[in-house]
Every structure is written in C-alpha cells, then in structure tokens.
Design a protein around this ligand. Structure first.
Ligand code: MEV
Length: 396
C-alpha cells in the first residue's frame, strides 16, 4: 500500500489509474468509464430526477495515506474545493507516520417521528401505546420491514414524548427506532411510520398529524479518534486552543464544523448518499446542548500528546438510493472496499477528523492562505483565461 501512495499526487492521471488497478481498486472497465468522462447517460438522469436536463460534473479524486483502524484505505472524494484532497492526504500521512486513527459507532437505530398535534389525555395515550408497543413493533416488522428483519435489522423500539404547546395543550410524539442495516433507511422508516399511523389512531383514539424520519439521529453516533503522542508541545497546545475556541464560540464552531464536513460531504457525494440529511443531522447534534458547538475536540497533555475526537451522527447507506444505480457511486464504493454502512460512516468520521486536524494545524501555524490559496490561485489564473502551461508562471 505504501508503494501505491508514494508520490501519488505527482503522477499523471493515467499512472494513477494504473496504480489503482494494480492494487485492485479499479478494474479495466472502471478506468475506461472514468477516463471517458464518467456518467453521460441522460436516460438515467431522467430516471433519477424530474425535469432532468443534464449532469453537473464535479471532480472525483482519491485521498491517499489513510490508515483507519489499522486498515489502509483509498478515499474517493467528489468535490470542487481545490485544497481538500491535498490537505486530507497530507494530514493523513502525518497521522499514519506519527499516530493512530480509530473509529466506532454507538447505537444502531435511526429515528422516525409520528406527531399527534394535540393529545387530549397524554397519560392515557402514553399508557395505551406502551401497552401495545410490542404488537405495533411486530406489525411493522411483519408487514413493512420484513426485508430488514431478514438481514438482522428492523423496528426495535417505540418511545413516547410530550411537548408543551404554546396554547397550553400537549403534543404527543412517538419515536420509532429502526435498525436499517446497510441502508440509509429513509424510505423504509417513512413507510413504517406511515403504516403505524392507522393502528396508533385506532388504539389511542387520537389523531396523527404527520409522520417522517428525524435527521437528528442521536441514537446512532459515529466517533473517530486521532492520537499523536509525539507531537511538538507548542503545536499541540495551539491546536488545543483552537479547539477550545470552536467549543466555546458558535461563530468559530460553524467554521470548524464546515472544515470537518469538508472531509465528510465529498465521500457522501462520491458514494451517491444524501449529504443534506447528514449536514442537517450534524448541525442539529452540534446544537444539542442549546448552544451550537464544535463536533470535534482536541486536547494536549504531556502524557498523551494530542488527542482529537469527532462525534456526530453520520447516517449513510451502501445499498438503496442511488448508491447502486449511479456507476460512479458504485466505483467509489468499490474503491473504499467496504462491506457495510457502518464502515462507511466510520471512514467518514475519520476523514472529517483528519481534515479538521489539517485545517487547525495550518490555521495555528502558517495560516490558511499558504496552502489554500496557493492551490486556489491556479484556478484563478485559469479562470482569467491563462493556458494550463502559463498558470505556473503567473503564480510566481
Ligand atoms: C475552509 O474550507 C475550511 C476552514 O475554514 C476550516 C476551519 O476554519 O477550521 C479552513
């Protein structure tokens, strides 16, 4: 794998394909598909969305040097921002050489919500739903989520919440907890909630107003951790101070989290996943204490060195949606070499955390202009009409 990564960014595209093929990440058919410009099938575009008129092409690249949970990974990223893949690969090399990058997931289930706008007697409602809970779960699993049950998932639990309304009445909300296995689970969750609408109304005598999944999935939280035990203490302290800034100040937290999502969104796009859902979930999770905070924390101590942690819901799928329909998403999943949605989520957490580390290191040392603008200036010169061969002269 080290050979694959060596000098990767300096190679011509043809050579990059060759290396990726030799290492088993790309097949000859993938290379001809990618090198001829990727997806051009307009019928498929028409199939994906309403009123299609074409494709918006975004560059697809691979970040190198990642070793996550002891496994070497090539990270496909679809993104227009010039410095992201370069920064990810560079920072990943630092972590690979000097430290560790580990990940995990707490919880399995995603959340669906069934709203009863006004519940006339909440105590009675809560009691009757609790009594009938197992029956409702069985019903949903038998009639709607049987495919998931066969794969080890399905509806696992129902809980009941009350929310005080401004008019003094009580709103009732039922949360449906469902293990979507390898799917992102949005469609099946919505089907389950809508299916339960009738039985819930029947047994409670109350009226359901709406059903939809929640993107604030605090029941399935992905974490990643970087440890750099030998980091220079001055740099370690600077990064910890930058992290404290983002923890305490929402203005900085927003930008910090944008930098983390620089590592997450491009993987979501490359694999055909719903990045708006993940964005919504991450930001809601970042604000769960009532104040918007950073989703990463970095601390420095002499004993442990620099320790960074990412924690947020990152719900994505490896089946369903367009993940298996969009040929580029299929190639990206193949490059990642993953078996499950949880692996995808853990890889995204790891890349987001490393991306954040790269940004904090730059911001607390040379500043952002150095790396960011040096790469961006190439686009500016090309945008101003310079030829590819003239751009390096203008950048001097
Ligand atoms: C730019 O895309 C991302 C940064 O602003 C992130 C950060 O400030 O942490 C550099």
């Amino acid at each position: 794998m080290k050979i694959l990564f060596e000098g990767f960014s300096k190679l011509y595209m043809r050579k990059r394909y060759q290396r990726l093929q030799e290492a088993g990440f790309l097949m000859p058919a993938d290379i001809s598909y990618l090198s001829s410009g990727g997806l051009q099938d307009l019928e498929l575009a028409d199939h994906f969305i309403e009123n299609a008129i074409g494709y918006m092409q975004i560059p697809l690249g691979v970040a190198s040097n990642f070793r996550i949970d002891g496994v070497d990974r090539i990270i496909p990223m679809a993104v227009e921002e010039t410095s992201i893949i370069a920064a990810a690969s560079k920072t990943a090399r630092w972590v690979r050489e000097e430290g560790t990058l580990t990940t995990g997931i707490e919880g399995k289930c995603i959340i669906g919500q069934i709203q009863l706008a006004v519940v006339s007697n909440f105590e009675k409602f809560s009691k009757v739903i609790s009594q009938e809970k197992m029956g409702l779960i069985e019903l949903a699993n038998r009639d709607v989520a049987h495919g998931l049950v066969a794969r080890g998932g399905g509806v696992q639990d129902l809980t009941i919440r009350s929310v005080a309304r401004p008019d003094g009445k009580t709103m009732g909300i039922i949360h449906v907890y469902l293990d979507p296995v390898d799917a992102m689970g949005a469609n099946i969750m919505n089907q389950v909630c809508e299916y339960l609408r009738g039985p819930i109304q029947k047994i409670s005598g109350e009226t359901v107003n709406m059903c939809i999944l929640s993107n604030l999935v605090d029941s399935r939280v992905t974490w990643a951790e970087v440890r750099l035990p030998r980091i220079d203490s001055d740099l370690g302290n600077r990064i910890a101070e930058a992290s404290l800034f983002a923890e305490l100040d929402p203005y900085r937290a927003a930008t910090n989290n944008k930098g983390v999502l620089n590592g997450v969104d491009p993987i979501l796009v490359a694999t055909g996943n719903d990045w708006r859902a993940v964005e919504a979930g991450v930001h809601a999770y970042a604000a769960r204490s009532g104040q918007y905070r950073s989703i990463t924390r970095w601390t420095y101590t002499k004993e442990l060195g620099l320790v960074g942690r990412f924690e947020a819901p990152l719900i994505a799928g490896t089946v369903g949606g367009v993940t298996k329909l969009h040929p580029t998403a299929k190639v990206s999943l193949q490059i990642l070499g993953i078996e499950s949605a949880s692996e995808l989520s853990r890889i995204m957490a790891a890349v987001g955390l490393v991306q954040n580390l790269g940004a904090l290191k730059a911001l607390t040392t040379v500043g952002i202009i150095e790396g960011h603008m040096r790469l961006h200036i190439r686009n500016l010169t090309l945008g101003a009409g310079a030829l590819e061969k003239e751009s390096p002269i203008l950048q001097r």
